[in-house]
Structure formats: C-alpha cells, structure tokens
Ligand binder design. Structure first.
Ligand code: ATP
Ligand code: MG
Length: 661
C-alpha cells in the first residue's frame, strides 16, 4: 500500500512500484532481494541507488529505510543470466497513517518492523515531503535532499541549537560557507537572535554585512578586570610553575578590587557591586593596575629578607610590560577604569539586538597566546551570562577552527579555554547556550566535546582517522550513509542528528556572491597574467602590516562611546563625528557595511578602522596603543592630557572622575 496523496482518489489503485521483498531484518538493518531486471523493466527510474530512501508498507506505518549497500553476491557468468541482487537497508524512521491512509506523522526510529516478504519501493514525493519538511514554522531551509532536488532540506532550529552542532570536513570543502548559510537561514527567520562567532581568519564579516557587529582587535574592549584568576595568571605570569607570583596575585587582586570599590562607595550609581569583603579573585569588578602594583610595592617594603623580593620584582616588571604592550591594549588600554561590564555584555551578546543579531570577533592579528585568552574569556562569559541571566537570552557560540581551542591532546591548548568550551558542550543546553563547532580536523578535537554535538554536518572527508572519529561521534550510524564521506561533491554533506528529520545527504543552496565568507581559493592563473602596478600597493600593505600590531585601546571614539554608555549618557550627544578619510576598500567589501546607525555614526566595527590621521592610535599620545607613555604613566587608569580629537573624551573622563570623587 502506498501513502495516499491528499486529494487523490482512493478508489484508483496506485500502480505497483515495488522493487523487491524483504528477506532479512536484524535490529535497525534489513536486506531486500531485488526483483530480476526483466520483472522491473519499464520501472528503471525506480531502481534503488545508494542513499535512496525506500518505503516498506506495514499495517499502520510506512517504514523508511536508506539504501546503504548494493551487491550481487554470486555474479552470473554471462550478461542476462539470472542472478541474485540485494540491497542492504538502514531502518531510520516511520510515517504513521491515519484511518484514511493519508500521510501521517513522521517519527524517527522504527517501532513497527517490516516482516519477511514485505515489498519495498522507492519512497514517493509525498512521503519524502512528510519526512523531511516537518514544521515549517520551526525549521529553516538550507538546501535540498540529494534524492529529489524538489524536496527542501530543512533544519529544525530548536533541536539543532538546543543540543549543539558540528560542521566538519576537509579543508576547502565548504565549512565556512555552510556555517554562513545555516546561520543566515536562521537569522532570516529569527532577527533577534544572539550569536557570537569566533572568526580566526577574518572571513565572516562579508557574509553577514549589516547583520553583524564586527569586533576587531582595533575596536575590541575587554577590560582586564573581567578576566578570572586563571586567565589573568595566563596573561600576567604565563607559567604555572611560578607559584609564588601566582600566590601574590591571588592575595592582592581581591584587595585591589576592594580598594577601587572603597573609593567609589560614596557613588550611589555603583549599585551593582557586592560587599567589598565578598570580592573573590574571580569576581568581575573593576580594579586599578596602579593599586595592584602599589600593593606589590607595599608588600616589598615590609619584607625583611631581600632574597624574597625577587618574585615581587618579577611580577611587577611583568605587569608593567604587559599593561603597556600595544597588543594587550584592548585589555589594559582604557584611559579610565570604570565599570563598563554591562556595555561589554551588551555589545558582545547583542542585548538589545539593535538589528545586529550576530557578533563576529575577528581574531587575525592577535598573537596566539592572546587569542587563547580572548577565546577563553568570551566562551566563559557566554556560559556565565547565560547562567546569570537564567537562560532568558538563548545564545549560540560558533567556534571556527575548534581543534585549536579544544584539542584532543591533553597538553595542547589553553586549559581554561578548553574547560569553558567543554562546560558549554556539557551543560550549555540547560541554560540555553548552543555550541557550534567547525573544524577541518575532527580527529584533533577533544572527543568528549565532539560527542556532545548532536547534529553533525559531515562534508567530504578523505582521512581515515577523521572518518573514524566522525563515525564514533554520530549516534544514528545505522543508515550506512557514512560510506559516502570520501565521495561527497562540492556543496554536499551528510547530516545526522536531531537537527534534521533523518540522516540525509544534502545539497546545500548556493550562497549569493554578496553572502560568501571571504575565503575563496586564490585564482593563480587570473592573478598571474599581469604585474601589479606601482599604485601605492606596497605602501598600503606595509601600513596595514605595521598598524596590525597596534591595539585597540587607543581608539578614542570607541573608548568614548563605551565610557559615555557606562555613565548612562547617550554617546551621540557628547561625541562629535570624527573627520573621515576614505579607506582603501577591500575588493570583497560590501557597500552595506558602510551604512551608519540611527545616530549617524558608522557601526563600531568600522569606527576602529575608519581612521583620520588624528585618530590613528600611533598619533594618539594618551593611549597605550603602541604609543609611548610618559614616565610613570600607568595603563588601565586615568592618565595625563591626551591628544584626542575634540574635547569629548577628556570632558567625559573629567565627569567620571568627579563622580568617583
Ligand atoms: N553553499 C555554498 N555556496 C556557494 N559557494 C560554496 C558553498 N559551499 C562551498 N562553496 C565554495 O567552496 C569554496 C570553499 O568553501 P569554504 O571556504 O567554506 O571551505 P572551508 O571548508 O571552510 O575551507 P577551510 O578549511 O580552508 O576553512 C568557496 O570558495 C565557495 O566557492
Ligand atoms: Mg573555512
């Protein structure tokens, strides 16, 4: 019996489209003895193919099974002689029929098994639709299914994100495009999403244009006091063996926090602070670097044995050098220490969304050890934010090149970073945090984290070890689809897990040119036809190269914006529009990226890179961004006069200092 299409006349018996009969059923597998070629003549388009979805009718259900192998156990000597042909099937789902035999509800797994002798046929279009299309309100389209390109491949957003996902495949197979495609499809239907994407190759900004808040090393603001103890130890000490220095920090940081807070206790605006005595080394409240170094000096002054001074001296020297290192300007470079935690959270996690539901954190340009700390802080804050907001703001953390941050080898990677991502993988579901792992080296990812990713999109993969790992990470392997891994084409993937209705081979939709990540393979033959002329090309390269080392803390507009917001002042009322100079446009940059917000300012992502000569950090003597400080001037707090455009930042700073007094 074939599933009746709605509206079809039940009195007309549909033609027999069966192709064979069941001769074996074991667990979730079955074998079909295919009809002889002469019996199926005229039904050549009903021939089963690898990966085809077959339907087997039972009394109340239609069992859906995927062809995982085709063989002729004993081939005939001559063409045309009779021979036995079999198809091996993985039983993957079933459709329940209502009393009239209409397409019913689809369910994964099989409760009513086919019997020996039952006939199998290629699933009809109506059956494919019933199985794959699901609830259109909660699903988004990402492509079509390979078996029938008129049937859309849909992903179920809640299941996809609720239980984490992984996008895996050899380099160049389309992981970044797939990530962009899936996220764009989700964003189209969910404009108030909260997605944080860690982008180690600066490739995604072009794929999301006006939807994205792009945080670059230039406009990043991640104050050092937001770091927990492990992270600040990694930044300031960097060697777990230097126990004495770690102990000194552990003792002094809470005191520095209490000192800062004591100075502000008269300020009734500081309502979000707990009691100073309750500060731990991990409490995310501001403190001053000068208080910390001052406390180190005090301790040194009290020491009688001069031999004990060495760890204090080393720690102080390290704090001084790191806090003045331009590469760390996004942590230590703020002119004034102020409690901007809500502004940092607002910007990173898009609360309110402000029409930019995705934050892209571009990491190229940061040294590896700093990237580790930044990824660690962001991952930990993602979980902590979800935890303390009691899951009211579901978040998704997309981790590109995940093998770098959660490597399988115990000694590799940065332990706090691994722990932060592992925590999301293990407990994130309860707090509404989804993890999306993207990697070209599945075998190098911590297997416990990979196995938490319920939905897997496996693109072409040729390495045996990677294939093994993917196989072991996937729960519904019964379909036999994994055999296709090395043979998948461009824009094709196998999808497994709760995010898709059934294990399925997908052909992804093609992303339009203006939505592609900036990751295209170089066109050697095109570029090697003509020499690049002397049009300032090398000068531009050198300028970008040199300025990439200059951190963001000196971005006056960005600082002023955050400072104003931290003081509950509308930034556009106090910060003048900086003079603009045209910037060399990247060939792939979209005009939409240059749009301004309601207040007439360029998005913060561009503020950092839209530089006038006077705004350039190198010309900005007051900030630590690679610019020299006056002797005795300390990072991370109020410094002397600054050469910044307009008086906005200075006046804001003065107002803040007045408030603090
Ligand atoms: N859905 C798609 N739409 C359009 N083009 C695609 C799509 N998927 C893949 N491509 C093409 O494949 C190329 C490689 O894709 P992509 O950069 O996403 O690969 P990747 O697996 O992320 O590579 P890497 O491992 O180097 O990061 C792209 O330049 C693009 O031309
Ligand atoms: Mg990629």
């Amino acid at each position: 019996m074939q599933l009746t299409m709605p509206g079809a006349d039940p009195s007309i018996t549909p033609p027999d489209k069966s192709i064979g009969r069941i001769v074996s059923v074991t667990g979730s597998k079955s074998i079909v003895l295919l009809d002889c070629p002469h019996e199926s003549r005229g039904r050549m388009n009903e021939r089963p193919d690898m990966g085809t979805l077959l339907a087997i009718d039972t009394a109340k259900t239609v069992v859906l099974a995927i062809v995982s192998a085709l063989s002729v156990p004993v081939p005939a000597q001559r063409d045309g002689d009779a021979e036995i042909r079999i198809a091996e099937l993985g039983l993957v789902g079933e459709l329940w029929r209502d009393d009239s035999g209409h397409a019913g509800v689809f369910a994964r797994g099989v409760t009513v098994y086919p019997s020996l002798g039952d006939r199998a046929r290629v699933a009809s279009k109506a059956e494919l639709e019933a199985a794959f299309c699901g609830d259109p309100k909660r699903s988004v389209r990402i492509g079509c299914i390979r078996q029938d390109d008129t049937i859309p491949a849909m992903v179920r957003v809640d299941e996809l994100l609720g239980k984490h996902l992984a996008i895996l495949g050899t380099t160049g197979t389309g992981k970044s495009c797939t990530t962009a495609l899936i996220l764009r499809s989700i964003l189209e239907k969910n404009p108030a999403a909260h997605i944080l994407l860690l982008d180690p190759h600066n490739e995604y900004a072009t794929a999301f244009s006006e939807w994205a808040e792009v945080i670059t090393p230039r406009n990043m603001q991640l104050p050092f006091w937001l770091l927990n103890f492990e992270e600040i130890v990694e930044v300031l000490i960097g060697d777990a063996a230097r126990k004495t220095e770690i102990e000194i920090l552990q003792e002094l940081i809470p005191i520095a926090k209490a000192r800062y807070n004591a100075g502000r206790s008269r300020d009734n605006l500081r309502r979000t602070f707990p009691e100073p005595s309750r500060f731990t080394v991990d409490t995310p409240v501001p403190y001053r670097i000068s208080d910390l170094t001052g406390l180190i000096d005090e301790r040194m002054g009290k020491l009688e044995n001069k031999k004990d001074l060495s760890p204090y001296r080393q720690l102080k020297a390290r704090i001084d050098s790191i806090s003045q290192d331009g590469r760390y300007a996004f942590m230590f470079g703020s002119l004034t220490v102020y409690d901007g935690m809500t502004q940092v959270l607002s910007r990173i996690f898009r609360v309110p969304v402000n029409n930019k539901p995705i934050t892209i954190v571009e990491l190229t340009g940061l040294p590896t050890e700093i990237i580790n700390v930044v990824v660690s802080v962001l991952s930990r804050m993602t979980f902590d934010f979800a935890h303390w907001s009691e899951g009211k703001v579901p978040l998704t953390l997309v981790c590109e090149e995940a093998h770098r941050y959660v490597p399988a080898m115990p000694r590799l990677g940065f332990e706090p970073c691994k722990r932060a991502i592992a925590k999301i993988a293990k407990e994130g579901r309860k707090y509404g945090v989804a993890l999306c792992i993207v990697s070209q080296r599945p075998a190098e990812i911590d297997p416990t984290i990979l196995s938490q990713c319920n939905t897997v999109f496996a693109l072409r993969m040729s390495n045996d070890r990677d294939q093994e790992i993917v196989t072991s990470a996937i729960t519904d392997t019964g379909s036999g689809l994994l055999e296709f891994l090395p043979a998948l084409g461009q824009r094709e993937a196998l999808a497994f897990g709760d995010g898709v209705a059934l294990p399925v081979r997908i052909k992804f939709d093609e992303l339009p040119a203006d939505a592609l990540p900036r990751s295209t393979t170089a066109h050697f033959t095109e570029h090697w036809q003509r020499s690049i002329g002397d049009e300032g090309f090398l000068e531009q390269v050198v300028e970008k190269w040199r300025s990439s080392d200059i951190g963001a803390g000196g971005d006056a507009v960005q600082q002023a914006t955050m400072l104003a917001e931290g003081m509950s002042i509308e930034p556009s009322t106090v910060i003048p529009e900086p003079p603009r100079m045209p910037e060399p446009r990247r060939p792939d940059q979209q005009p939409a990226q240059r749009m301004r917000d309601d207040a007439g300012r360029a998005p913060p992502s561009q503020q950092g890179s839209t530089r006038s000569p006077s705004l350039r950090p190198s010309a900005y003597q007051g900030g630590p961004a690679g610019a020299p400080r006056r002797p005795g001037e300390q990072a991370g707090e109020t410094s002397g006069e600054a050469d910044v455009p307009g008086a906005a930042l200075k006046s804001l700073r003065d107002r803040l200092i007045q408030r603090q007094r």
